[in-house]
Design a binder for this molecule. Structure first.
Ligand SMILES: [Zn+2]
Length: 492
């Protein structure tokens, strides 16, 4: 539990009186002293379900412990906790439960609001509406509109107003305009993501009518884009532009306007201090700092919630399907080759399989491989699609997109695995995910109608790993092809 630390810890009564006198003095003191109040924001984003942390001791429970012990946080104090969005979809403890577990954790941590991120749509609008219903905090986005009506969908509000210790804070949300292609395109087809500047220009006067003392933006927008909004922020009286989506850590305070980004996966957070003069009703100073989530003492309530979800997960997904001695790294040749190879293994009628690099979200840790660990590698709920491309379309696609390949090599020219050239006027059956089919216009535009399999992209991986029967004496890496098939990372 969180408890406010006692101000006076029980030394002498005289000392207490002296402390009180000092406090009183600082409030009504000499003319040079300002009557100020400091409001502190603890800000995270791109949590992506990492409630357990990437390493032991770096999860949500330890983060809250640090906030209490290092930042002086207490539920009733001058603090607000906020998120820049992409709260779920990551390790199986979040993905398998479609984000429900993460919402429970964030509720208990005391979040006040979250910006709506692109991955909030990963379980379709129905999943998002269900999560919003379970959240005790609102989801904010001023620049999402229903296509056709121009209204905002019911699962968001553009802004909220919160009063903390007599200071009122207006908080506006923004969502990345890349959402139509960084979320599953079909899931966001009903929504339009408008320009940030026009959304702010529309909303700030509406908010100003309610006389907030301070205005800030929480957003699922990269810091680089937020920097471009700095002149508008100055004009509109916005003091903080807090971002997300790029997974960067970033702090830049110029003339009391802070642009920040807090990193991802609960590795770090940003502390923002807003000092407000209650006489002149002006912001006196804005300070911001990035801190890492390390060395915190785990909060007992959050630990209990996480352990309960871990228990249900192990009941569902703890089955051991294989073994790796060294682990298979997220962006290793082993991993990039294995995943599409299993798709071709499952669908031998196809000539090629391709998976976008952005779909690989973790490695397989050393030791037993479980269904849970495969979900951690491929957390999105993608399904496999078979489509026909001619040799020219296939060559263009394989040489321009950041994709892991099976059945092809693209180290220089695009060739079949056996080194023979792709025939430009022949047709080939190609396996991709439904995400790629929707997001990559050259695939969507291909003449052939796709065959949607309704099979999860993870299923062939699980089936194949199970089929080879790896063990500590014959680990999975012995069954994998580590030969490079293309230069990695073309930025998709
Ligand atoms: Zn994002």
């Amino acid at each position: 539990m969180i408890s406010r630390r006692p101000l006076v810890t029980g030394f002498s009564f005289i000392a207490s009186l002296a402390a009180m006198a000092l406090l009183l003095n600082s409030c009504s003191g000499p003319a040079s002293a300002l009557n100020t109040k400091t409001l502190t924001i603890l800000y995270t984003s791109d949590e992506h379900g990492w409630m357990e942390g990437e390493e032991p001791g770096k999860g949500a429970a330890e983060m809250l412990g640090l906030w209490v012990d290092r930042e002086g946080y207490s539920a009733g104090g001058s603090y607000l906790i906020m998120s820049g969005g992409d709260m779920w979809t990551g390790p199986a403890i979040s993905t398998w439960f479609a984000g429900e577990s993460m919402v429970e954790v964030m509720n208990a941590m005391g979040y006040t609001a979250a910006a709506l991120g692109n991955h909030e749509f990963d379980f379709q609008t129905g999943g998002l509406v269900a999560r919003r219903g379970e959240s005790v905090f609102p989801y904010l986005s001023a620049n999402i509109y229903l296509k056709g009506t121009g209204e905002r969908p019911a699962f968001v509000v553009p802004y909220i107003l919160r009063e903390v210790d007599g200071v009122s804070l207006g908080i506006i949300g923004l969502t990345t305009t890349s959402t139509p292609y960084t979320a599953f395109p079909d899931y966001v087809a009903d929504y339009h993501f408008g320009a940030y500047d026009s959304a702010l220009t529309e909303i700030v006067p509406e908010l100003q009518a309610q006389s907030p003392d301070i205005i800030m933006v929480i957003s699922h927008v990269c810091a680089e884009e937020l920097e471009k909004l700095r002149p508008l922020a100055r004009e509109l009286g916005i003091s903080v532009l807090a971002g997300g989506h790029c997974h960067d850590t970033y702090v830049n305070v110029v003339a009391n306007i802070a642009v920040v980004e807090s990193g991802s996966y609960y590795r770090s957070y940003v502390r923002i201090d807003l000092e407000f003069d209650t006489d002149s009703h002006k912001l006196v100073s804005t300070k911001a700092v990035v801190r890492t989530n390390s060395g915190g003492v785990a909060d007992a309530d959050i630990t209990a919630i996480v352990l309960r979800w871990r228990g249900s997960l192990e009941g569902d997904l703890g089955e051991v399907i294989g073994y790796t001695s060294a682990g298979i790294a997220q962006h290793s040749e082993d991993m990039h080759n294995m995943v599409p190879d299993t798709w071709l293994w499952k669908y031998p009628q196809a000539a090629v399989a391709a998976s976008n690099y952005g779909g690989f979200r973790a490695g397989l840790p050393a030791g037993d491989i479980t269904i849970e660990s495969v979900i951690g590698v491929l957390p999105f709920n993608n399904k496999l699609v078979l489509l026909e491309l001619d040799g020219q379309e296939l060559t263009d696609f394989a040489s321009s997109r950041g994709v892991a390949l099976s059945g092809l090599t693209a180290l220089g020219s695009v060739l079949h695995s056996d080194g023979t050239p792709v025939q430009l006027d022949s047709n080939y059956i190609v396996i991709v995910t439904d995400f790629m089919y929707s997001a990559y216009e050259e695939l969507t535009a291909a003449d052939s109608l796709p065959e949607r399999t309704d099979v999860s992209w993870r299923n062939p991986v699980v089936e194949w790993i199970r089929s080879v029967g790896s063990s500590s004496t014959q680990p999975l890496e012995n069954f994998l092809d580590a030969t490079p098939r293309r230069t990695p990372e073309r930025g998709d």
